[in-house]
Design a binder for this molecule. Sequence first.
Ligand code: C5J
Length: 233
Amino acid sequence: MPFIDAKPFPFQFDFDHIALICIDMQRDFCQPGGFAESLGNNIANIQPCIPVIGKLQAAFRKAGLPIIHTKECHQPDLSDLPTAKRNRGNPKVKIGEFGPMGRILVDGEPGVEFVSENEPREYEHVISKPGKDSFYRTDLDEYLTRRKISGLVITGVTTEVCVQTTMRCANDRGYDCLLVEDGTDSYFPEFKEMTLKALVAQGGIVGWTCKSDVLLDMMAKEVPGQTSPHKAA
Ligand code: C5J
C-alpha cells in the first residue's frame, strides 16, 4: 500500500478500502446568480476547487474506486428543516422560498443540482443531506460499512462548514480522513487556511491533508489495473 506525502505525516492509501467524497458541489453554492451569491458571498473564491475535483473524480473512476456525492437540501414539505436553521441570520429569502434557481435548498430544484464539471455518474452514490454533517439523517455510514470502506478522501465546499463538519464526524466514526487542500474552498480564504491547520494539529487530531497533485501522481503510477466503474451493491 503506497504512502503519500501529507500533513501531519504520510497517509497510507489503501486502494481496497477507500472512497472519494465530493461535498455539496451544487449550483446554488458555486454558480453566479445562485443562492450563495445572492447572500453576498464571493463565489470567485470557490471556483478553483471545481476543476481539481473533476480531476480527482476522473482518477477514482479510472481506478474503479467509489465516489460519493452529497447535496445539502430538504424535502419539498420542509419536514426535515429545523425552524432554527430556517430563521438563522434572518435572510431575505428563506430556505424553501423561491430564489434565483428555484426553491432554495429544496431537493429536486435546479439550484440543488451539481455543477456540470462535478456531476455524478449514474452508478455513483448520491446523498441528500439536511445538515452540515454528511452522516446526519443519511445512509452514509451504512453505505461505507457495507463496502468495507475505512478511508475517505474528502473534497468540496465549504471548507469550514460542511467539509469540516463531515470530516470531524467521519473521524469520530473511525474513518481515516484525507482532505485535499486544493480540492476544497471557502467564500472566506482565511477560514479555509485556519481550518486546514486545525484539522491536522495535535498529530492529526481529525486527519490528514495533502495536495491533489501528490494524490493524482501516486494514483497514475500505482492504480491496480482496474477499469470497470464501481457498482453500487
Ligand atoms: C453551507 C456548505 N456553507 N455546503 N453549506 O451552508 O458548506
